[in-house]
Design a protein around this ligand. Structure first.
Ligand SMILES: [Zn+2]
Length: 146
């Protein structure tokens, strides 16, 4: 094996032999499927937090005042509008698809409801592809709650 076949994983630092079939692919810098998956999850989270920040900016431009990363008991809610007791969650596809995440969302919703909050969920794809509709959804819930 030529020395240049040994790589260092850019995620975990493990030295590994790059399989021939992965040479020249975008994931040639990772040692294993686990490191590739972890890398993809990081990218998805970065993407969704950037998307969320852009969405918050649009809501501010629409004249709404809110708190980001609002602490509700042990949970964190993306956006809170305390004046009208409205909580807004941005639903990313990957994270919220798992059943444990779903159960956690259900518990969070139950706590919110018991404290008199209305919760709405705005899908990430709506923010990405139909941002005006996403803003309108929140504005309508806000006006309704007032
Ligand atoms: Zn690795």
């Amino acid at each position: 094996m030529a020395p240049n076949d040994v790589r260092t994983c850019s995620r975990c630092g493990t030295a590994f032999h790059l399989p021939r079939k992965r040479r020249g692919t975008p994931y040639a810098q990772f040692c294993s499927q686990a490191c590739i998956t972890a890398h993809k999850v990081d990218l998805a989270q970065l993407h969704s937090s950037q998307l969320e920040e852009g969405f918050a900016e649009r809501l501010r431009e629409a004249g709404l005042a809110f708190v980001e990363q609002y602490a509700l008991g042990p949970y964190v809610v993306d956006l809170a509008f305390p004046q009208v007791r409205l909580l807004v969650e941005v639903d990313g596809e990957a994270y919220h698809a798992s059943s444990s995440a779903q159960a956690r969302d259900d518990r969070k919703d139950a706590l919110a409801a018991s404290e008199g909050w209305q919760v709405i969920r705005v899908p990430q794809f709506m923010i990405e592809h139909h941002p005006e509709e996403a803003v309108r959804t929140v504005v309508e819930a806000y006006l309704h709650g007032r």
